[in-house]
Design a protein around this ligand. Structure first.
Ligand code: FES
Ligand code: FES
Length: 159
């Protein structure tokens, strides 16, 4: 199938590439743009490992056709930290031990970043709901929830 042009703003930078019409946003990020921080777990929308922020909302990028995101803004885990400092959510995951093997971690972090954009002071229940589609096989969720609440607290102090 002929590739078609796709224009996206990814982590603040405009990118123009050619993609096959059947390519998902996840495969486009990983295979065409070498942004491999976004992980492929199930490729069926069940695990959340592929979560990115698309036009302000967290989405499972394996379920988004790349061409349907034409002209959109995408933030991946590579777009969170600066050369000087980690994003507060990343920092809190480290401090609270919210990760082990790390395969699920970027998806959880992007889900958390999406939550905190909309709801800067979530309750623990709201955090659990926001990460409800993100599966973790090794760490469990207690430390993850603690990390997200810590990040929220710190981000509120800065504002
Ligand atoms: S890889 Fe997309 S939800 Fe699992
Ligand atoms: S840290 Fe290993 S799957 Fe979550």
């Amino acid at each position: 199938m002929n590739k078609q042009p796709l224009r996206l703003t990814i982590n603040g930078r405009e990118r123009q590439i050619l993609v096959a019409p059947y390519y998902s946003l996840l495969d486009t990020l990983r295979d065409e743009l070498q942004l491999t921080g976004t992980k492929k777990g199930c490729d069926e929308g069940d695990c959340g490992a592929c979560t990115v922020i698309l036009d302000g909302q967290p989405v499972t990028s394996c379920l988004v056709l790349a061409l349907s995101a034409q002209g959109s803004e995408v933030t991946t885990v590579e777009g969170l930290a600066t050369p000087e400092t980690l994003h507060p959510v990343q920092q809190a995951f480290i401090e609270r031990g919210g990760l082990q093997c790390g395969y699920c971690t970027q998806g959880l972090i992007m889900a958390a970043v999406g939550l905190l954009q909309d709801n800067p002071q979530p309750s623990a229940e709201e955090v659990k709901f926001a990460i409800g589609n993100n599966l973790c096989r090794c760490t469990g969720y207690t430390k993850v929830v603690e990390a997200i609440l810590l990040a929220a607290e710190r981000m509120a102090e800065v504002e």
